[in-house]
Design a protein around this ligand. Structure first.
Ligand code: DP6
Length: 352
């Protein structure tokens, strides 16, 4: 008996130009393009195994060991349906292929980081799901093609199908066929950039990205300015900075975009606050660290960015990471442990 099973894993990505707002909530089409860095750490990944078998009664899913319902017409069901459809196309073209597209699938996914830590588990989760089904179905598709499907699981997931520096082009077509991810540059292009993650709080966040961004679309006037007059130019400038390995420009744009994302959250009715006092204190520390460098005739040495929660991600050239960790430990003495000086700062106790 042949076993049809495959495993794939995908990492978390952290946006420098934030995706915030959908023009189509069903297809997950964004109101602006976005750009992220895919983290290449082994300990920030989702790993997913998919198995197709004619004896299974229905599609089922386990997340970190617990079974989750696959809701009809929901995001998970859509991704599975789309992947089965791609397999069916192959089977129709080549009748010698086993007809596994008709079998129910069992999917088992695990994150090797706490889901509640406020890191983008939906991004790595849906990217790993789509990658494992692509392997199961032996689809000859490229990552951009797969990103069209991962996008319908969670917008930011489309960017996790690539490593390195990745853009999600918003596209224009109503069917979403031109809204996919492309690699701006591979990780090896700029290996000197490192990300430091400061876990300020591992509480479940208050307002989910999905509902928060929709409220912003409905109520914020600042968002309209952002999507029309700010993001297009920033996408161009940050891509150029990445290609030129220009950290000063990369850092400036990254911090500006994080600030504007939190400004549109605040401009939402009722307002959404994702950062807390510790988040703001870390911003002050990085601002001061950069100010001293510039006062001495230098350039920006670090960039902060915050997603829909209080945790800080700090991008910096490798040579500065040790100094930044020392500064954080000095000003946030509860910051007890970090796993990897050039990787994840996992100071659970960074509470101020
Ligand atoms: C602030 O991709 O989680 O992290 O598409 O509704 O699943 P859905 O939203 P999601 O939003 C991510 C928002 C963000 C910015 C970003 O990653 O670009």
């Amino acid at each position: 008996m042949t076993v049809y099973q495959a495993t794939a894993s995908a990492p978390v990505n952290i946006a420098c130009i934030k995706y915030w707002g959908k023009r189509d909530t069903k297809l997950i089409l964004p109101t602006n393009s976005s750009l992220s860095v895919t983290l290449d750490q082994d300990h920030l990944r989702s790993t997913t195994t998919s198995r197709a078998d004619p004896s299974f009664q229905k599609d089922r899913l386990w997340l970190n060991g617990d079974e989750e319902e696959i809701k009809d017409g929901g995001r998970m069901a859509t991704c599975i349906k789309e992947m089965k459809a791609l397999r069916r196309q192959l089977e129709d073209k080549d009748p010698s292929l086993p007809k596994i597209s008709g079998y129910p699938v069992h999917i088992c996914s695990r994150n090797n980081f706490p889901t509640a830590a406020g890191l983008a588990s939906s991004a790595s989760g849906f990217a790993a799901l789509v990658a494992s089904l692509a392997a199961l179905y032996q689809l000859p598709t490229d990552a951009s093609r797969l990103s069209l499907i991962a996008r319908q699981g969670s917008g930011s997931a489309c960017r996790s199908l690539f490593g390195g520096f990745v853009a999600w082009q918003m596209g224009e077509r109503p069917d979403g066929s031109d809204s996919y991810a492309v690699q701006v540059a591979p990780r090896e292009h700029w290996p000197d950039i490192h990300a430091l993650i400061c876990v300020v709080s591992d509480d479940k966040k208050g307002t989910s990205s999905t509902s928060g961004m929709q409220r912003t679309v409905e109520t914020s006037t600042l968002l309209q300015h952002r999507i029309k007059h700010v993001v297009p130019e920033r996408m161009r400038a940050i891509s150029e900075a990445i290609l030129a390995r220009d950290f000063d420009a990369f850092a400036r744009i990254t911090m500006q975009d994080s600030n504007q994302f939190h400004a549109v959250a605040l401009d939402t009715d009722p307002p959404i606050f994702y950062m807390n006092d510790v988040s703001r204190a870390i911003i002050a520390l990085i601002v001061e660290y950069n100010r001293v460098a510039i006062a001495n005739g230098g350039k920006l040495r670090a960039a902060y960015t915050y997603d829909a929660g209080p945790n800080a991600v700090i991008y910096a050239p490798k040579e500065n990471i040790k100094e930044i960790v020392e500064l954080i430990v000095k000003y946030f003495p509860q910051a007890d442990a970090f796993k990897d000086p050039f990787g994840v700062f996992d100071g659970k106790g960074v509470t101020g």
